[in-house]
Design a binder for this molecule. Structure first.
Ligand SMILES: Cc1cc2nc3c(=O)[nH]c(=O)nc-3n(C[C@H](O)[C@H](O)[C@H](O)COP(=O)(O)O)c2cc1C
Length: 191
């Protein structure tokens, strides 16, 4: 399984969804790998709950299984109230550590104005400790997103394409890292 693109908005017709589709097309046209969009709008996930998920239990098992099969992720995250939306953090919490463990992920943030830095810093600063997700150094901020359209001459577009290619290289190489790490049999310092 190739890459999962997480569309991090739970708004209908969101810019995150639009950008996710652009990313899906770049992957299809320029890399020979599979990808699909996991939308936080169409997948209405429950809040993390230690008492279980009732009728949603099967969905959560399937969610973890699907993310476990992927080699890398692209998180398309809108800036809301100067932060990453809570449902993006909730997804990371729901997944726990196994599906994300030492897998590379690219952060792409979107803003209808001049923002986009806060959610990137928030994810880098606080989400990897237990999940062990490996945010790669590349990141892309798409500002004035409503007026942004992909064109090969556009610098943000070029940066996006290059960053996806970098992610793809990491996703191929970290297979080996995970294998070596599992041989180490290290304790999970969850807390
Ligand atoms: C609740 C809410 C809060 C927002 N706060 C910010 C913000 O702090 N900074 C910013 O640049 N844009 C903010 N926006 C605008 C988003 O950048 C804009 O909706 C953009 O299209 C990305 O979100 P989307 O993927 O849901 O479309 C906010 C939007 C919503 C719905």
């Amino acid at each position: 399984m190739g890459l999962i693109i997480v569309s991090g908005s739970n708004r209908k017709l969101s810019q995150s969804e639009r950008v996710s589709k652009i990313i899906e097309k770049i992957i299809k046209d320029q890399l020979d790998i599979n990808s699909y969009i996991f939308s936080l709008y169409s997948n209405n996930l429950p809040l993390w709950n230690e008492e279980g998920y009732g009728s949603n239990e099967e969905n959560i098992i399937k969610l973890k299984k699907n993310f476990s099969q992927s080699k890398g992720f692209i998180f398309v995250v809108p800036e809301w109230h100067g932060m990453a939306p809570p449902h993006v953090k909730n997804l990371i919490l729901l997944l726990g550590s196994k599906p994300l463990w030492h897998k590379p992920a690219l952060i792409v943030t979107v803003s209808s104005s001049n923002g986009g830095a806060y959610p990137a810093m928030e994810l880098r600063g606080s989400s990897q400790k237990n999940s062990h997700i490996n945010w790669i150094p590349e990141q892309v901020i798409i500002r004035d997103v409503k007026n942004w359209n992909p064109a090969s001459s556009d610098e943000v577009y070029q940066r996006l394409v290059a960053s996806i290619k970098v992610l793809n290289i990491y996703s191929n190489q970290l297979d080996e890292v995970r294998e070596q790490l599992s041989d180490l049999d290290i304790k999970d310092f969850g807390m």
